[in-house]
Ligand binder design. Structure first.
Ligand SMILES: Nc1ncnc2c1ncn2[C@@H]1O[C@H](COP(=O)(O)OP(=O)(O)OP(=O)(O)O)[C@@H](O)[C@H]1O
Length: 702
């Protein structure tokens, strides 16, 4: 008999107490191995409209609900006796008459009241009344231009059509919780873009329909069931959105990318792709790499979870940050560890070389920037190459004479670094690139890169050099709107052309509609890279609703600390756990303000450098750059003052207009990254007048 696991089962399992979960899992394993054993006391549920629902005994009070049809047994729910029966009695499982996808649908006439969902919070939303006060009182119907056939084409169950046609914005969020995911997503998409996406093709086998697969998984054996039930909170590990699944499964004819705004599941896609490659190809050796060490650690934990306990697959994956991988490979190739020159040392060496060469016509900022973004990034070795390098994106032109003079500084700089045995980070990448670029034998068969928007020239060249010549070897996941470290450049020029092989994800699983909508206002709807690839964040939808972000502009730092402290106190009393809270500031200089607010609220804290064993017991306090890749139920962004965002020191340090635009753009993107770490609640605080970005954030409208 085929066993099928429904997402509703894992969600229900995650709500049980630990010992109940254990019992339920054992019964589920028994069911899979021998569904006919009498101890399970399986019997049909008479009161249900669907005759295929059966109840299975776990313990005196606990029941598993299964759905038996044809040769398959579906695990659909688990819970305490009365509640489980109540759940099942108003549901039916069947294929949608228009789309063909299998749905677990609620029978409309058995649902008394359509009330707003509390999808992620366990408590009444904090300060919700205040947040909602700004919302319009009654909004017009959203879908009255659509016809019944339109609604059926996106999977709205027949008996919910009338509700949908009459719903306005507020009612819709309540309604969406009762609809199958594809229907609520299609409707949300329509509400945002005015376009109803064409219906998904009906498949011959309803079980392989992409919308079936987002909530049901046919299990291969007991190991797969164990892996899925071991982490019932981690729905992403088992059930993918059809657009995610598409990217995971596709074989590309060249380097490919998955894009999408924050929280759309790009990392999830990257991880599933790694596992798919490993499963399909026993000889595969995969590099999974990302921007920083904490992020590498984060994805490493997720990969282990996805593979399941005892799996051998992770043994064929190398995980590390770009820097660490380059250093390790270079050390392996040359037999010695590269020694890095610090940024301060480089600045002072440049200043000295300029002094000696009598080059006084440019500022130290310009020299440093030209060195970092042109000479070192592109590893320019001589004055002739410098004379012809396009200096992409840099506004102030340099004639041949000026370049020659500047080379008298940069040439010396390169020579001195080499003589002292020191390397820059870009130099490490370049040396590793040189070594591996010349060899046919590569260290990995596949390379998967997360947070790819923060790859620099040297890093990308390196990854291209260590990737084999096969068409499917390089895969990137990233969001141009989250670029906070690197200047833009052409990937195509470096031989990495993803044009025509980029897919944008549109469903945000992390962040509430309200927070995502506000954060999206910080960035343009479309961002285009140097090669013309577009990241479009317009039309992205969130799958749940919550309170509007809360902005506190106070008269001075003490008032801000007290206001945030009070907010946190209230949040703790409502049931937020310290580990569910993240507090971020722009730079180290503002950390004290965040710490003081946490102390005010009696909130235990941890930092990135001082992680505690039990992360659930303390809030993470740190700078915004380190928030990348993380997520929290409640995020507080403190000290978003006028001179802090954008950071005054960075603005003062720019070399030219181009760099000024770059600094403002990356500061804005940093604010976007930090605010999109929030799932349910976001608080932004500042001393008056506050950062200019806050104005865009709170601007009304969609
Ligand atoms: N198919 C899915 N089902 C349920 N949850 C999902 C799914 N895909 C992603 N998620 C959840 O959405 C959240 C965001 O996922 P992920 O970190 O992969 O997004 P991202 O696009 O990489 O975000 P960012 O750009 O901010 O780093 C995570 O909590 C993840 O578990």
């Amino acid at each position: 008999m085929t066993t099928i696991l429904a997402a509703s089962f894992t969600s229900a399992l995650s709500r049980l107490a630990n010992d109940e979960q254990k019992q339920a899992k054992l019964t589920a394993y028994d069911l899979q191995t021998n569904p006919d054993q009498p101890g399970l006391q399986m019997h049909r549920i008479d009161k249900s409209r669907d005759p295929n629902f059966w109840s299975v005994r776990v313990s005196r009070d606990l029941r598993i609900i299964v759905h038996k049809s044809g040769g398959s047994l579906m695990l659909v729910y688990v819970g305490h006796h009365d509640e489980a029966y109540k759940w099942v009695e108003r549901r039916v499982i069947d294929a949608h008459p228009t789309t063909g996808a299998i749905q677990i649908r609620e029978v409309r006439e058995l649902v008394d009241e359509v009330t707003p969902p509390h999808t992620t919070g366990q408590t009444e939303p904090l300060l919700e009344a205040q947040a909602r006060a700004s919302a319009p009182a009654i909004s017009p119907p959203l879908f009255d231009r659509l016809r019944e056939a339109d609604l059926l084409s996106i999977g709205v169950p027949q008996d919910w059509v009338a509700d949908v046609l009459g719903a306005n914005e507020e009612q819709f969020y309540a309604l969406a919780a009762h609809l199958p995911q594809e229907a609520s997503e299609g409707l949300l998409d329509y509400a945002v873009t005015g376009i109803l996406m064409p219906a998904v093709t009906v498949m011959a086998d309803p079980l392989t329909h992409p919308d079936t697969l987002r909530r049901f998984r046919v299990l291969d054996g007991i190991e797969e069931l164990k892996a899925a039930l071991d982490a019932p909170f981690e729905r992403w590990a088992v059930f993918l959105h059809p657009s995610q699944r598409g990217v995971v499964q596709r074989n590309y004819s060249g380097p490919a990318r998955v894009a999408g705004s924050a929280g759309t599941g790009k990392t999830v896609v990257a991880l599933h792709r790694v596992v798919r490659i490993l499963r399909e190809n026993p000889d595969a050796r995969v590099l999974l790499t990302t921007f920083s060490d904490p992020l590498a650690c984060n994805i490493s934990n997720k990969l282990l979870l996805l593979c399941g306990d005892g799996s051998k697959l992770p043994e064929r994956v190398t995980i590390g940050s770009f820097d660490v991988i380059a250093k390790e490979l270079l050390a392996l190739a040359t037999g010695k560890e590269p020694r890095l020159a610090s940024e301060d040392l480089i600045r002072s060496m440049l200043a000295k070389a300029a002094e000696e060469a009598g080059v006084h016509e440019v500022t130290p900022q310009f020299l440093n920037s030209e060195w970092t973004h042109v000479i070192d990034a592109w590893q320019i070795e001589n004055v002739d190459t410098y004379a012809s390098v396009p200096r992409m994106g840099r506004k102030n032109r340099l004639g041949p004479k000026q370049r020659e003079r500047l080379w008298s500084v940069f040439g010396v700089m390169r020579h001195r670094l080499a003589a002292s045995g020191l390397m820059t980070k870009a130099g490490v990448f370049a040396a590793a690139t040189k070594h591996f670029g010349a060899r046919l034998e590569k260290p990995f068969t596949h390379i998967v890169v997360d947070e790819a928007q923060d790859l620099g020239v040297a890093e990308l060249r390196f990854l291209a050099a260590i990737a084999p010549e096969t068409s499917d070897a390089l895969f990137f996941s990233g969001d141009l709107g989250q670029r906070i470290f690197q200047q833009p450049f052409s990937w195509k020029v470096l031989g990495v052309d993803i044009r025509g092989r980029s897919t944008t994800l549109k469903v945000n699983y992390r962040t509430s509609h309200q927070i995502r909508r506000a954060a999206d206002r910080l960035l343009p709807g479309k961002v285009r890279d140097v090669d013309g690839n577009e990241d479009v964040r317009l039309g992205t939808i969130s799958v749940f609703d919550g309170p509007e972000p809360f902005v506190l502009i106070e008269k001075d730092e003490n008032a801000e600390i007290a206001a945030v402290g009070n907010y946190l106190k209230e949040a703790l009393s409502e049931g937020f756990k310290p580990g569910e809270i993240g507090m971020f500031v722009r730079s180290e200089n503002q950390l004290d303000r965040a710490r003081s607010a946490a102390r005010f609220a009696g909130l235990p804290m941890r930092t990135f450098v001082d992680p505690r064993d039990d992360d659930a017991e303390s809030a993470l306090v740190g700078i915004m750059h380190l928030a990348k890749g993380l997520e929290f139920r409640l995020v507080v962004l403190m000290a978003c003052d006028e001179n802090v965002l954008p950071l005054e020191e960075r603005v003062a340090d720019v070399a030219d207009d181009f760099e000024l635009d770059e600094v403002i753009a990356t500061e804005r993107q940093l604010f976007y990254v930090a605010s999109t770490r929030a799932r349910d609640r976001l608080v932004i605080s500042a001393v008056a007048p506050g950062s200019e970005f806050i104005e865009d954030f709170v601007a009304s409208g969609n």
